[in-house]
Structures are given as C-alpha cells and as structure tokens.
Write a protein that binds this ligand. Sequence first.
Ligand SMILES: Cc1cc2nc3c(=O)[nH]c(=O)nc-3n(C[C@H](O)[C@H](O)[C@H](O)COP(=O)(O)OP(=O)(O)OC[C@H]3O[C@@H](n4cnc5c(N)ncnc54)[C@H](O)[C@@H]3O)c2cc1C
Length: 416
Amino acid sequence: MKRYSGFNLVKNALNYNEHWQKVWRSPTPKERYDIIVVGGGGHGLATAYYLAKEHGITDIAVVEKGYLGGGNTGRNTTIIRSNYLWDEAAHLYELALKLWEGLSQELNYNVMFSQRGVLNLGHNLQDMRDIERRVNANRLNGIDGEVVSPRRIKEIAPLINISPNCRYPILGASWQPRGGVARHDAVAWGYARAADAMGVDILQQTEVTDISVKNGIVEGVETNKGFIRAQKIACVPAGNSGVVAGLAGLRLPVESRPLQALVSEPLKPCLDTVVMSNAVHGYVSQSDKGDLVIGAGVDGYNGYGQRGSFHVIEHTLQAICELFPAFSRVRMNRQWGGVVDTCPDACPIISKTSVEGLYFNCGWGTGGFKATPGSGFVFADTVANDRAHPLAKAFGLDRFNTGALIDEHGAAGVAH
Ligand SMILES: Cc1cc2nc3c(=O)[nH]c(=O)nc-3n(C[C@H](O)[C@H](O)[C@H](O)COP(=O)(O)OP(=O)(O)OC[C@H]3O[C@@H](n4cnc5c(N)ncnc54)[C@H](O)[C@@H]3O)c2cc1C
C-alpha cells in the first residue's frame, strides 16, 4: 500500500489532477454518427448507455452544451419513488426503481442509492382519501406502499410534529419503503463512464444550435464545433426542450419554469427518510453529509434563469418549520435553481416526432431524476426500433391530440 507523507499530500495538492485517471475520453467530434443524443444529463447518458448495451449500437455521440450533469441532474434533490397513481406512470417509474435497485452493480459505480423510504403526508380528509386511493392503486400494480398513522410517522421521523393542534395537523401518510435518494452526480458519471467504455463519444461544451431537416428527415445537427451528421437524433434537453424542438420547427406542449432547492448547514443524523407534504408544500431529507435537502414547487412564471424568487424560499422554509419545528433554528447554507419543462398532465413525453429520425424525451418536470434509468431504457428501445417501447406508448406526443392524458398532478403534488 502506498503511504502518503505530509510532503506527498502538499505535492499532490499542487499537482492536483496529474495522476488522476480520466473517467471518460474527450474525443474530437466525428463527421457522422449513427445516433446523436442531445443533452448530457442523466437521461441522455442513460439513453446512450442502453443503446450500446441493449441494442449493440455504439456509434453514438452525446452532445452536451455545458458539462455532464450540469443541468437538472446535478441540481435536483434526488427523491426516488414509484408510487404514481395511474397504471401507465406507475409501471414506468417502477421499472426505473427496479433498475435503481441494481444500478451500482450494473455500472460498477456507487450511485449511493439509499432506500430510506418516502412519506407523503396527508393533512385533511381529502388528502387521506387521495392517499388511500393511490396506495390501493399502487398495490394492485405490485408496488410497495402502506397508509400509515401519525403514530407510525412519528416512529419513522421522530422530530416531526404530529400535534393535532397545529395549523396543518398530520392525519396520516403514504409510505413507500423502497423509495429513497441517490447521489445525483454519480448517476451521470457512472452512466458516462460505462457508455464511454462501450465506445460512445461524449462531447462536452458542444451546443446544438440547429437541427437540419430535409424533406421531413433529419440530417444532423449544427454545433459550435461544426456540423455533425446522424441518421437519428434523440433529444433529451430537459428545461431546454421547447427551444431544441424549435430548432427542428416543432412546438412541444411544455412550459419551462424555475425550480429551486436549498441545503442547510450539516447536522448530526436526525432524519432517516424523505418527508413530503403537498398541502403544507415542502419536502425534506438529510444527505449523507448531514445537510437538510429542502425544496418545494416551481416558481409561478416561465423562464430559463437557473435561479428562483425569494418568496418561494420563504414559503418553503415556513412549510418545513411547520412540519419540523426543531428545524427553525437551522441555518441554510446554499440555494440554487434549475429549469424544468412541465407538460399539462404532469407526465413526460417519450416519443417519435413528425420528423423522421427525430425523437424527444422530455417534460419530466419536477420529478424526472427518479426515472433516469427507466427513461433511458425505454427511450433507447424506442430510438433503436423506431417505435414506442410498450411502456413509452402512453407517453407519445399524440396524446395531446387524442386527449388520452395521464393526469399525475395528484401524485406529483409537491412534485418530486
Ligand atoms: C431543484 C430541483 C429539484 C428536483 N428534485 C427532484 C427530485 O427530488 N426527484 C426527481 O425525481 N426529480 C427532481 N427534479 C427533476 C429532475 O432533476 C429532472 O427531471 C431530471 O434531472 C431531468 O434529467 P435530464 O437528464 O433530462 O435533464 P438535465 O440533467 O437537465 O440534462 C439536459 C441537458 O441538456 C443540455 N442541453 C440543453 N440544450 C442543449 C443544446 N442545445 N445543446 C446541447 N446540450 C443541451 C443541458 O445543458 C443539460 O445538461 C428536480 C429538479 C430541480 C431543478
């Protein structure tokens, strides 16, 4: 075993990354690829990984305008659960949850998936009816879930206030023990490393500025590093999906809005689960570092700024203090924002488009991190076979014409 003296530590600090092994290559873009994936977030990288692994297609470039995971993947609060109301959504998120359960082994990279459970609180009769309906629906779909009493909630999260005399008394909750959190960056890095090892080119700092379409068929993308041809273009640009679709002359039924989150100073372990409340409107978990990871809903206006309004922060923290009065003395360390693209039915778009060879995976809104492996898996299948994967069928663009929307606003609620 190599020993490090104080001198070596200083030397390594100054040499900083000289001996670090690169986790993925930084290749020069080729003139042509079979498939270009636009967007190097978790979903784009997972798509490239499953295209290579499940479909043997390795002539792929993932084109990312910034750095990997620098979009919502690296900005989210990492809540993972699959307890959605409608069968279509429940099956899709449950596929993702099953993939999460083996992901560190699959990628040989620790994504720190921690199944510490997720509580969705109910504060009034209607909340509890909705919770019971959702838990029943989940169980019929083979998804774990229970309706739990305030007493049981207190056992799971001892610092929570279950007094019946507060403004929003807690009447019960849905509890999904298999839900939890993961390490967001690691998910991007793990998929990137595994995709790169199979020959996928990851092109960072490469922005798609135009999508070339001729006679209704894609030809390639214009980028700040030149034109790149491709037979198929799979777009996974999250908060920028409307803009990227516009490059090909398409209009998507999405709105882009800021969504913010914040973390506190690190604390000793005090919360060993994820607590969410639609009515009080906030959610909180504790990271392995000890900080409280806190968020709420989107800011109420459209925009592409990766920041949010102060009054939303204030409202979010009021909600957290309402649930956990002890947290009123905790200082907040950092706040940031991402841009999320939301569909009218709070469900994603995983779809072919009217342009041949052009596919979109977007509209995950405030809750797409949990779907990352499942989303990549079904989108890769959709792109490889030029038809919707059975689990993606209901999420096609045609639902906005047929009216077959899958309304997940109830299960999305505070929406993560
Ligand atoms: C504050 C916050 C909290 C959240 N909390 C949760 C949560 O707890 N649980 C949950 O499930 N979800 C959560 N989400 C939602 C989740 O983060 C997203 O749904 C998910 O990460 C989307 O992943 P992605 O890979 O599609 O997007 P991204 O990671 O945003 O990747 C898209 C990439 O496309 C790139 N791109 C865009 N345009 C171009 C272009 N023209 N050329 C090249 N590249 C381009 C972007 O730079 C970006 O890196 C949260 C989001 C935010 C902002």
